[in-house]
Every structure is written in C-alpha cells, then in structure tokens.
Design a protein around this ligand. Structure first.
Ligand SMILES: Cc1cc2nc3c(=O)[nH]c(=O)nc-3n(C[C@H](O)[C@H](O)[C@H](O)COP(=O)(O)OP(=O)(O)OC[C@H]3O[C@@H](n4cnc5c(N)ncnc54)[C@H](O)[C@@H]3O)c2cc1C
Length: 359
C-alpha cells in the first residue's frame, strides 16, 4: 500500500467553474503571495460546463474592469433583442416588454459559451499564479480534531470497478489548507456531506432542482440573428401540469444554443424531461430555426431552483460554500454564472482578510 502524498496551501478550492475560478482570481488579486489551489474533476477547465448561456457581466466587470479588451470570448456577442414567448401547442404569444419584470430584461448581457468563458477564467487564474489541477476530483473532506475543515483528499486513481487496486493504482493526495471553498456546482458530493455535518440547511427551505438539457446547433445563416435571445414558457409542460421552460440563444459563428429545463417536482410519473425537450423542439416557432441545421453538441445538468429562501448557511469552520454549491441561481432569469462569480469573490475577500489578520 503506497503512502498518500500531501501538500499545504493557503486556500484550496474544489471546482473550477465560474465560482471557484473567480474566488481564486480574487484571492491572488488581493494578495499575490497566497498559495491557491483549484481542483477540477473535468479533464480540463470548462470540460464539465454546459456551454450556451446569457451572462450578466456585472461580476465579470468587477473582477476585470477591462475584460472586453482582454480577448474574453464573452465580449463577442452582446444581446441585441429579447423575446419572451408563451407557447400553446402550435402557436405563441409574445409578451410585451412593458409587462415583464425589469429583471427579465437581458439588456446589457452577452450570449456565448460558458465553457469558453470558464476556460478564459482558468487562463487568467493561472496567469496570476493559481495552481489549477484539472483531472483531480476531490473525494473526501479532512477535518481537524476540533471538527473544522482542514482540506480535502483527491480521488484515488487506478481503482477497478470491484474496488481492487489495478497496477497503476495511486492513492489520492491530501491537500491541506487554512481555508477550503466548495464550488462544486449544483448537488456536489462533498457539499451534500457538509450540509449534513454542519447542519447548514437548518434555517432554510429545502433546495429543489430542475433538469436542464442543452444542445448547440449550427443553423442556416439566413435564420441566424447574433444576439437574439428567446425564452419560452407554457407548452409542452402545460399538458402535464409541470413547470419549466425553454430558451434559444443566437450566439457567434452561426450557432444557437437551446435548451429546456423541467422542474423535477413534477407529479405526473410519465413526464420525461428528455421527451419534453424533444417535443419543444418540434414546436413550429422553435423548429423553424432548426430545420436545415445540424446539432453539434449536447448535454444535461441539474440546476438549483429553490431561490433565495433555499440558500443554506454558507460558512462553517474552515470553509464555505460558493456559487451553485450554495444555490445562488436567479431562477426566473435562468442565470447563475454572475451570482456564482460574485459569491466566490466575496468569499475570497473575507478569506484574504482573515488570513491577513492571522486567523
Ligand atoms: C440548462 C441550464 C441553463 C443555464 N443557463 C444559464 C444562463 O444562460 N446564464 C447564466 O448565467 N447561468 C445559466 N445557468 C446556470 C449556470 O450554469 C450556473 O449557475 C453556473 O455554472 C454556476 O457556477 P459554479 O462555478 O457554481 O458551478 P459549475 O459551473 O457547476 O462548476 C462546478 C465545477 O466544479 C467541478 N466539480 C464538481 N465537483 C467536484 C469535485 N468534487 N472535485 C473537483 N471538481 C468538482 C465541476 O466539474 C465543474 O467544473 C444554467 C444552468 C443550466 C443547468
């Protein structure tokens, strides 16, 4: 049995998404001497991020005020027009802007690949000296003798399906840190354990989730309007009295990102989120864009839908939850990347101050 290797740092961050990378960047911006490690289970930064998004640049502008001049991929496609459709089986009603709450406006936002934005954040983090380790899932939390979090252990490599060690077995590494930030996204494994260990959900509503299925399509250039953003509600979920909605974003390079979220508290056991997405794509208003096009990528992911009242206690001895691990999604806007980034930045500021004060 080989010994575990270990390393020490000031802050270890579990998850290299928008939240984790923004936290890492902010820590280094405040104090370049801090040793900051980001562990990402994907084979590269951005590998596990579902691409198409409309991003509110608020937090990005606070992190890098001149991000538009820094070759940031998100700067490419500002939102140009914004539609909210209520679908019936074959028709659509376009909601007038003046009756929509102001938060539903996407004016000033950008549409593009969240994966590419995350890759860009990863490059910025590495440029500032953050140690970014893709391909390293954190699999266990370490506690000190007072019960405070003191870091994480990365997953053992070379373990067979039956649990036996293969020839290339390597035990995971202990990463010991003064503070550990958990930025695993929605329903992370370690986050779930921490919620139980520290009873973090004692004073909030239970978190609830939706399942989002996304696709990226190359469409007929004649139908492509860069910066057009469409959100839909209504059909097909009205047929099963379920909740959710669709989106279709015209991004750069003649592509559209489209997707459908089905709230997972549906009562009808026959509802299939995947089939509802397929039906939605067949709606004349959506099909019109896709006909003659080609799907180039697809994926699915959970999204927090509990809102503000489901945000748990964030901090505990030795660490904190940030981003979607904490449930920071503005549900009606289907936006969580800016809140993820901002929560990471705020956590970083508190940690840098605490370390600066010798705590
Ligand atoms: C269908 C859908 C559509 C969306 N559309 C938008 C949109 O248009 N605009 C918007 O702003 N937001 C949108 N969101 C929400 C947005 O994707 C999230 O709010 C945002 O990605 C959260 O960032 P995060 O860093 O907290 O988590 P994530 O982006 O989920 O990143 C977490 C990272 O941690 C890694 N990780 C997890 N566990 C571990 C572990 N144990 N060890 C190491 N690494 C780990 C993962 O691989 C991942 O890279 C959408 C979400 C969905 C599901």
């Amino acid at each position: 049995m080989s010994e575990r290797e270990s390393m020490e740092c000031d802050v270890v961050i579990v998850g290299g998404g928008p939240a984790g990378l923004s936290a890492a960047i902010r820590l280094k911006q405040i104090n370049e001497e801090l040793e900051v490690v980001v562990l990402e289970k994907g084979s590269e930064i951005g590998a596990h991020i579902l691409s198409g998004a409309v991003v509110d640049p608020k937090a990005l502008s606070e992190l890098f005020p001149d991000w538009r001049d820094m070759d940031c991929p998100m700067a490419e496609t500002p939102v140009t027009d914004n539609w909210h459709w209520v679908l019936s089986k074959s028709g659509k009603t376009s909601m007038p802007h003046f009756i929509m709450p102001p938060l539903m406006s996407n004016h000033g936002c950008y549409t593009g690949s969240l994966g590419n934005l995350t890759r860009w954040l990863g490059e910025q983090a590495e440029g500032l000296g953050v140690m970014v380790f893709p391909g390293f899932p954190a699999s266990e939390v370490m506690f000190d003798d007072k019960g405070a979090v003191r870091g994480v252990i990365t997953q053992d490599m070379g373990v067979a399906a039956d649990g036996s060690h293969k020839g290339d077995y390597q035990p995971g590494m202990e990463i010991e840190a003064k503070y550990t930030l958990f930025a695993e996204g929605a329903r992370g494994n370690l986050t779930k354990q921490l919620k139980v260990t520290f009873d973090l959900e004692a004073n909030c509503q239970p978190q609830v989730y939706g399942l989002g299925i996304k696709e990226l399509w190359d469409i007929d250039p004649k139908k492509h309007v860069p910066g057009r953003v469409i959100h839909t509600q209504g059909w097909p979920l009205t047929e099963s009295d379920s909740w959710g909605g669709g989106f279709l974003y015209h991004q750069a390079n003649g592509q559209v990102a489209l997707g459908f979220v089905t709230a997972l508290d549906y009562k009808n056991p026959w509802v299939s989120p995947y089939q509802e997405f397929q039906r939605w794509k067949q709606h004349p208003a959506i099909r019109e864009y896709l006909e003659g096009g080609t799907r180039v990528a697809y994926g699915a992911r959970a999204i927090n839908e509990g809102g503000w009242q489901s945000v748990p206690q964030l901090a505990f001895p030795g660490g904190a939850l940030i981003g979607c691990a904490a449930g920071f999604v503005n549900v009606p806007r289907i936006k969580g990347s800016h809140t993820a980034m901002k929560s990471g930045m705020l956590a970083a500021e508190s940690i840098a101050a605490a370390i600066g004060a010798g705590q």
